[in-house]
Design a protein around this ligand. Structure first.
Ligand code: TXA
Ligand code: MG
Length: 310
């Protein structure tokens, strides 16, 4: 079955999308669960497949900054600066939506999140599709995001019609979301583009760099089945490793190579579950660069795991 559902047939993916079906979409961040953003019934299938509340808005993926401009009622200067600098890439901008953008996509909001993904297969699909694709991460609601085509199949099974296999995701963490709809741009979710790099292009408020605040982002999210404990101190971690690493307990150091860790983070969380690890300890990176996004996701994953103390 997996041979038929996973492949690299862009023609087949296009046909499914035009007929209102769901396609697993490779991007540089995580795999998306894509549907034609202009078809209400197709968008409804996304929420049903994920088990996601209808009020949680979806990101609309487009092929170019020109297409992004067409989907908003007012294109802010900050969005132009950020999009022209970091697209295609792991950045989403929130802007006031054009009237034709469905409120089913935006969770009832008058704003829409837009992104041009940095993945050649996604860009080919979007260019030929000639429209927006609504795509949340292709995992069940609240669970670990997928970074391979097989992860999508494991999570969503028959509710996805076809999965384009674009290989493992390079970045491994979701896009940075910047709300450009207000006067001062705000980072709603730290991600693949660091807050420092956003601030090189646009001025952000001083307290705007912390944890995810986008609608639908819950304190518990991205959760593995095992109990997850986060460690700040390297010395604490050494102690944990010496005393605690057994066949059912694992220690991962995310502080040495945060970028490398990010690209495999979700796969490692999934592997812990596959290996029936009961307790996972992760040494956190510094809260700079990609480290901010890693800490955000792992803090939420710890909230959602069996360990309620974090
Ligand atoms: O990297 C990514 O962004 C991936 C890939 C597939 O592109 N997508 C992704 O989608 O992470 P999802 O649905 O898992 O997270 C999208 C988040 C929503 O939970 C919501 O918090 C925020 O984007 N969002 C979407 N539309 C918004 C809006 N109009 N205003 C504020 N936040 C919005
Ligand atoms: Mg998600």
């Amino acid at each position: 079955m997996s041979q038929q559902v996973i492949g690299n047939d862009v023609d087949r993916a296009l046909e499914i999308l035009r007929n209102g079906g769901l396609v697993g979409l490779p991007t540089e961040t995580v795999y998306g669960l894509a549907a034609d953003a202009s078809q209400k019934k197709a968008v409804a299938k996304i929420f049903a497949a994920k088990g996601r509340p209808n009020s949680h808005p979806l990101i609309v993926h487009v092929a170019s900054i020109e297409e992004a401009r067409n989907l908003c009622s007012l294109w802010p200067h900050s969005a132009e600066l950020l999009g022209s600098t970091y697209w295609p890439g792991p950045l989403s901008v929130v802007v006031n939506k054009a009237p034709e953008v469905l409120v089913e996509v935006t969770g009832g909001h008058q704003t829409v999140a837009l992104r041009v993904p940095g993945h050649s297969m996604a860009i080919e699909l979007l260019t030929r599709f000639k429209g927006g694709l609504a795509a949340p991460s292709a995992n069940k609601f609240g669970k670990v995001s997928p970074t391979t085509a097989q992860h999508v199949l494991d999570d969503l099974g028959t509710s996805v019609d076809y999965i384009l296999d674009g290989g493992p995701c390079d970045v491994g963490l979701e896009s940075t979301i910047v709300d450009c709809s207000a006067d001062t741009p705000v980072v709603l979710r730290p991600g693949g583009i660091s807050a420092e790099d956003i601030q090189k292009i646009v001025a952000l408020g001083s307290d705007e760099l912390g944890m995810s605040r986008a609608p639908g982002m819950l304190p518990a999210h991205y959760a593995p089945n095992c109990e997850l404990t986060l460690l700040e101190e390297f010395s604490e971690a050494i102690r944990m490793r010496e005393s605690s690493e057994t066949s059912t307990q694992r220690v991962i150091d995310a502080s040495i190579d945060p970028l490398g860790f990010a690209s495999s983070m979700y796969a490692q969380l999934r592997q812990c579950d596959a290996d029936q690890i009961e307790k996972l300890f992760v040494i956190l990176p510094q809260p700079i660069g990609i480290g901010l996004a890693i800490r955000d996701r792992l803090t939420k994953a710890a909230h959602g795991s069996k360990n309620q103390s974090h």
